[in-house]
Design a protein around this ligand. Structure first.
Ligand code: IVH
Length: 686
């Protein structure tokens, strides 16, 4: 294992060092919850390792943190047989039922044993196998005897170490007393933190997609995906709670010992647990967590009580279905009744209209609830929530309030069904329901509710590429009344910007220069920047290359549009509709008046900066471009053109009747390209 200092020159040693560092910081962040570096610093380390591994693919190890991102999707999850079955637990729904269980335990043992109380994590149970300290397999519970192999998916969960023991200890710069067994099989729960759940649903809500009901369902779904890359994006986490197999010395003899051993090894273990000396202490634990659980960053639906000594567990054995030595106490789901005082409609950053019910404030699952989104028309129509109704409210994932049903017997006479407004409450323009969507949207490019998002997209690097206008500044300029839509960017002046807080002469001048420069970004970037729903970056490039000017594109009918490769009838209709809308036409004329270029020069904007840093030499006559045109195309894509071939030359671009430069290139082993190769590098579609 590399022990070299931070400036190790040898790529292999540096890669090993980075892996250790990243693992250590991942543990501090995800498992121990005490990070030592910022997220940005962590990213720097991660990117350095990615770059190093890209340059030296032979240095990639299967346990490298870069391998957490997930590989190619598998066809079907392979089945895994559990030699030691995963049992489920008997439930208790009241303190009395729990007491009765404890009495039975005491009866059978002839004494009162120590009990361990643990939080019941609401996720999906998994079984992890470490061999010689390396995670070799992760499987779902399945039916208890046969589960599914989800190893690549579990590897994307940062809380789960890919190695434990000696190798991991080196990275943590500690020497742990625990000897890692040759084979360790541990069981636990994969879950989705409340924060990840809220973030995921917010994205779906904005996109007008159906929402996930609770973190447990998403965790289960995400873990069983065939594409681990999606699993990685779901930000799952895990807690382990039992040792199923320990081959080697030092096997823990009690559940408390097992948990602290797992913790010491560096596995994620939930810290909230209690060694209870009797039923009263168990009941106290249940009481404490009944309300406190709502403040936790993950969902718990109860408490698992276990007999502590493994010898006692063995003596108690199991019934046909459940172990006798453990029970799951379940908290009843929390629900509150309240009155709907109003239904307001919000316009999201991307224009989706969302009806929101406002209530008489009511306390529920740890906080006061005042409002709940009714998501979309479909949801609202199904539940038929009306102003004045008394409704039952729950919290999805313990966080997001939701109306579960209307208590119809309490509906006041004359309560009217709610209907979605025909016009956007933020700008007054007509709203639309796009083909294939449940969401109703405002598509006005001048809508103030969407201004920040539209401007942010317009100035982004892949669109008009205006540097220096981040989210904060956009909000600031909107707030100051200096911006209202994307066209208003071109009316900004240095004198307006310089006196603003956190600006000054220099950044005002820079941003104005950037805005000026963006006037010439060309049609492809402009089209992408306009944020037409059907037009992504690639489609924008294809359209710009085919039509060359905005006028020509505006005039194109469905047939002309679908003649462009990859543009189907639906996209074509979406584009035609976009150009037909009055507010969009108004925006385009404002941009035109502001001097924004609405044409494409075939080489310039399409290429982006794809040749950045490259040095090229031209020789012979190219089939389509003159020497000047080729030079301009290369330079506008960030490359340089040189007159002579050297080892530093990226490629020699050879046409007909090439000169001695071609021979020189061959002798120096420099790449030789045709004009077609150049087109591909420029990103020019053929
Ligand atoms: S112990 C044989 N401990 O709850 C005992 N289970 O209702 C195995 N669960 O299938 C389970 N947190 O998926 C145990 N601290 C915890 C738990 C826990 C959540 C889940 C687990 C189990 C289910 C039983």
């Amino acid at each position: 294992m590399a022990k070299s200092g931070p400036k190790a020159k040898d790529p292999e040693a540096r890669a090993a060092e980075l892996r250790e560092e990243i693992d250590r910081h991942a543990r501090l962040y995800y498992v121990e919850d005490r990070p030592e570096i910022t997220d940005a610093e962590y990213d720097v380390l991660f990117r350095e390792l990615i770059a190093l591994e890209e340059a030296h693919p032979e240095l990639v190890t299967p346990d490298s943190p870069t391998q957490r991102v997930g590989g190619t999707p598998v066809g079907e999850l392979p089945a895994v047989r559990h030699e030691i079955p995963l049992l489920s637990l008997e439930n208790a729904y009241s303190p009395e039922e729990l007491k009765a269980w404890a009495d039975r335990v005491v009866d059978r043992l002839g004494r009162t044993p120590a009990f361990v109380c643990e939080l019941k994590i609401d996720g999906l149970s998994v079984s992890l196998t470490y061999k010689a300290g390396v995670l070799v397999r992760a499987a779902t519970r399945g039916d208890g005897t046969t589960g599914e192999d989800v190893t690549p998916n579990v590897k994307t969960i940062h809380a789960v170490p890919m190695k434990i023991g000696a190798a991991a200890d080196a990275a943590r710069k500690i020497s742990s007393k625990v000897k890692i067994p040759a084979v360790l099989e541990v069981r636990g729960e994969v879950y989705m933190p409340k924060k990840s759940f809220v973030a995921l649903n917010a994205i779906r809500e904005e996109a007008g997609e159906p929402l996930f009901a609770n973190p447990r369902n998403v965790a289960a779904g995400s873990l069983r995906l065939l594409d681990a890359k999606i699993t990685a994006s779901r930000r799952l986490s895990a807690f382990l709670y039992s040792v199923a197999r320990w081959e080697g010395a030092g096997e823990p003899q009690t559940q408390t010992e097992a948990l602290s051993t797992l913790e010491e090894i560096g596995l994620p273990v939930n810290p909230h647990r209690l060694l209870a000396r009797g039923v009263d202490e168990i009941l106290e634990f249940l009481d404490t967590w009944r309300t406190k659980r709502h403040d936790l960053p993950f969902e718990t639906d109860g408490v698992v009580v276990k007999v502590d000594a493994l010898a006692d567990q063995k003596r108690l054995g199991q019934t046909a279905k459940f172990p006798r030595w453990a029970i799951a106490y379940k908290y009843p789901p929390e629900e509150a009744a309240t009155v709907v005082t109003g239904i307001v409609v919000q316009v999201g950053r991307t224009g989706v209209l969302t009806p929101v019910a406002e209530f008489t404030p009511v306390f529920l699952a740890g906080s006061t609830v005042r409002r709940a989104t009714l998501h979309n028309m479909e949801d609202l129509a199904r539940k038929d929530v009306r102003v004045g109704d008394t409704v039952a409210v729950e919290k999805a994932g313990d966080v997001i309030p939701k109306v579960t049903r209307v208590l119809l017997q309490k509906r006041p006479k004359g309560a009217k069904p709610f209907s979605m407004p025909k016009r956007c409450p933020a700008c007054g323009e007509q709203v639309v329901q796009l083909e294939g969507e449940v969401a109703v949207r405002c598509v006005n490019p001048g809508c103030p509710a969407q201004a920040a998002e539209r401007i942010r997209h317009f100035v982004s690097r892949r669109a008009m590429d205006v540097e220096g206008l981040g989210d904060e500044r956009i909000e600031q300029l909107l707030g100051a009344g200096l911006l209202e839509d994307i066209a208003s960017l071109y009316a900004l002046t240095r004198d307006q910007l310089a006196p603003l807080e956190r600006w000054g002469e220099k950044s005002a001048a820079n941003v104005i220069a950037e805005i000026e420069r963006s006037r010439d970004a060309g049609l492809a970037r402009l089209l992408f920047g306009l944020g037409i729903r059907q037009v992504g970056e690639k489609t924008a490039k294809l359209l710009a290359r085919r039509f060359l000017s905005l006028e020509a594109l505006e005039a194109a009918d469905e047939q002309a549009l679908t003649s462009v490769p990859e543009i189907g009838p639906e996209t074509a209709r979406g584009i035609i509709e976009w150009f037909a809308r009055r507010p969009n036409r108004a925006l385009l004329s404002k941009l035109r008046a502001a001097g924004v270029r609405m044409t494409e020069s075939p080489a310039a904007s399409e290429a982006g900066r794809s040749l950045s840093g490259g040095v090229f030499v031209l020789t012979g006559t190219l089939p389509r471009r003159s020497r000047d045109e080729a030079t301009a195309a290369i330079e506008s894509a960030g490359g340089k053109v040189s007159g002579s071939v050297s080892k530093k030359t990226t490629a020699v671009i050879a046409g007909e009747e090439p000169g001695s430069k071609l021979d020189k290139a061959k002798s120096l082993d420099v790449a030789v390209w045709t004009e077609d190769d150049l087109d591909r590098a420029l990103g020019v579609p053929s």
